[in-house]
Design a protein around this ligand. Structure first.
Ligand code: IMP
Ligand code: MG
Length: 188
């Protein structure tokens, strides 16, 4: 394998914030912490699609416990770089989490509206034993909705980032690093 890969889609990045080595190390640490804290519990990881998919795939392989995996699809962005403020559930059924110790997993905690809306539905329409929030990234901004990340990979500045599951207009999720896009690629 080429030791210095430079895939074509890297050229769309302005700046790399998190490289693969840092990401892998941090995700392994998070897995160790979750493994230690959920021993003997009925763990279900619920991933928010699409953004949480890459983080989920790496994190759950660092959790060395019996667990179940569920997902939920929502849309909160509508193409741009600003959250729309409304969260649309793309499926009517919630996962079966009654009696389970849930970790709700997402790529990024930004305004907090997405996680707040899902958490609210879980707690009012289902009977989970517990619900905690785990995000790969957290933006260092005041939250519009009250959500605290129980587990957080990295705290970042208020920048629009892509890669490792995060998209701009549906693309760049497959980048193994996290970075900012070249400004000329972002529609005004
Ligand atoms: P919130 O509801 O404002 O917290 O937004 C959460 C969702 O917005 C995340 O699940 C992401 O899909 C998306 N999002 C927020 N910030 C970014 C970003 O910097 N890049 C890409 N997507 C983002
Ligand atoms: Mg998204």
């Amino acid at each position: 394998m080429d030791p210095t890969p430079s895939p074509a889609n890297y050229s769309q990045l302005d700046r790399v914030l998190l490289d693969e080595v840092r990401i892998r190390r941090r995700v392994a640490e998070m897995g160790r912490q979750i493994t230690a804290e959920y021993e003997g519990q009925a763990l279900t990881v619920v991933t928010i699609l699409q953004g949480g998919a890459v983080f989920m795939a790496d994190l759950i392989r660092e959790i060395h416990l019996p667990m179940k995996l569920e997902s939920i699809s929502v849309a909160s962005y509508h193409g741009g770089t600003e959250s729309s403020g409304t969260v649309t559930f793309l499926q009517s059924e919630l996962p079966d989490i009654d009696g389970r110790d849930v970790i709700l997993l997402d790529d990024i905690l930004d305004s907090g509206r997405t996680l707040a809306a899902i958490r609210h539905r879980f707690e009012t329409e289902k009977k989970p034993a517990s619900v905690r929030v785990c995000v790969f990234l957290e933006k260092n901004i005041p939250r519009a909705a009250e959500v605290v990340a129980d587990y957080r990979g990295f705290l970042i500045e208020d920048l629009f980032v892509v890669g490792y599951g995060l998209d701009y207009q549906g693309e760049h999720r497959n980048l193994p690093v996290v970075g900012t896009l070249r400004p000329e690629l972002i529609e005004k």
